[in-house]
Ligand binder design. Structure first.
Ligand code: PGA
Ligand code: ZN
Length: 402
């Protein structure tokens, strides 16, 4: 097997202009790179994203890659599973604060990409092979209206999503783009120029919980394979024991009623993080009462962590989950989590972060693990578009390689 000859990291800037890292793994003359995204409405139990003392810089993460990790991996076999095991042993902490989950994930993803390259396989196929998954095409979860922490709370929920699931990604993408364009026209007519949120969606200042859903329904028209969905990211509007929506405090029960009404009226396909990440009884209740009509999706709740996911499955606190590699730090753990969840019948939605790079890795990940959805934001930002564009390439590869 080929050997790793060098590992190095450099600083780049994400879609918010914040520093992050690109890691390159070398094997002789061959090399592959991967870039690490960064969340803003992060879950409390996510692995540690290592930043400098100023809370912004990534110099320490870069040093870790260029010294300790490079030393540990020089001459190691180009085997993603071996590399992830080495990273986990070298870090040795429960939250990855020694090396940094960002440093570790960059190495993990670049190794997988280089392994795919030397195998002369598309990345999604290598992911499916090494991880032991059945690949498949996801629904496109396109975040069209941005609110919450991603848009100064002009809208109460963080993401208003249209999920499109036609037979082929190219058909889904064309439809999602058409809906997004219609939405843009409607918003321009009614609200003029409006700000955009972190993930490239419109952020109009409209009042009324139902208003954004009415707007999206109008843009969607009669398309059969398009559905509304939200990421409430409720931890972000939970203050002093109450959920604050448009200035009004709500109990868990009152917020449940809000969701029940939205599911009834707008047939939401999924609700992500409907409650704060510690409000376990509310998660349990909504899964029991609405879980047969809509997907209850954990994100901050599950943080792509195998042990935490197992606990949430055992306690029936959701029935689906977000997969974000940088919440946990290595692909080996992502695969472990995905298997635990799929075995329990949970659906997976592979997701970008609000601070993104031009790396399209999650498109291959979504197809490779056979995820139900791919959440990658609005097509106004290059960092989001590359994910969808990669999915269109995969569609062509799929015909040859599967
Ligand atoms: P984040 O948001 O990347 O800022 O955490 C995305 C999400 O909550 O799904
Ligand atoms: Zn989320």
């Amino acid at each position: 097997m080929e050997k790793i000859t060098r590992v190095e990291a450099v600083e780049i800037h994400d879609s918010r202009g914040t520093p992050t890292i690109t890691v390159t793994v070398h094997s002789g003359l061959e090399k592959a790179s991967a870039s690490v995204p960064s969340g803003k409405s992060a879950g409390r139990r996510e692995a540690c994203e290592l930043r400098d003392a100023d809370g912004v810089g990534v110099a320490r993460a870069i040093v870790n890659v260029n010294t300790a990790i490079d030393e540990a991996l020089r001459d190691a076999p180009l085997d993603p599973e071996h590399v992830d095991r080495t990273l986990l042993a070298l870090d040795g902490t429960s939250d990855k604060h020694k090396l940094g989950a960002n440093a570790m994930l960059g190495v993990s993803m670049a190794t997988m990409r280089l392994a795919a390259f030397v195998r002369k396989e598309p990345l999604w196929k290598t992911i499916a092979g090494i991880g032991g998954f059945t690949p498949g095409f996801p629904f496109l979860y396109m975040n069209m209206l941005n609110g919450g922490a991603h848009a100064s709370f002009r809208l109460p929920f963080q993401e208003y999503i249209v999920a499109v699931g036609r037979a082929l990604p190219s058909e889904s993408y064309a439809k999602a783009n058409a809906i997004f364009e219609t939405l843009g026209t409607l918003i321009k007519q009614r609200y003029g120029d409006v700000p955009m949120g972190d993930e490239g969606g419109y952020s109009p200042d409209v009042r009324g919980i139902e208003k954004p859903f009415e707007l999206l329904s109008e843009a969607m028209g009669a398309e059969a394979m398009a559905f509304l969905a939200i990421d409430a990211a409720a931890s972000e509007f939970f203050h002093d024991g109450k959920y604050v929506l448009e200035g009004a405090p709500h109990t868990s029960e009152e917020l449940f009623s809000v969701y029940e009404n939205l599911v009834q009226k707008f047939h939401l396909k999924s609700i992500e993080d409907p409650f704060a990440e510690d409000d376990f009884s509310a998660f349990h209740r909504i899964t029991a009462e609405l879980g047969n009509r809509t997907l209850i999706v954990g994100d901050d709740l599950t943080v792509t962590n195998p042990e935490i996911t197992k606990e949430m499955i055992d306690e029936h606190r959701a029935n689906s989950m977000i997969i974000k590699p940088n919440q946990v730090g290595t692909l080996a753990e992502v695969f472990q989590t995905a298997h635990i969840a799929q075995k329990a019948g949970w659906k997976l939605i592979a997701s970008h972060r609000s601070g993104e790079t031009e790396d399209s890795f999650i498109a291959d990940l979504a197809v490779g693990i056979g995820a139900y959805g791919l959440k990658a934001g609005a097509p106004t930002q290059k960092e989001r578009r590359v994910k969808y564009e990669r999915l269109l390439e995969i569609e062509k590869e799929f015909l040859i390689h599967s």
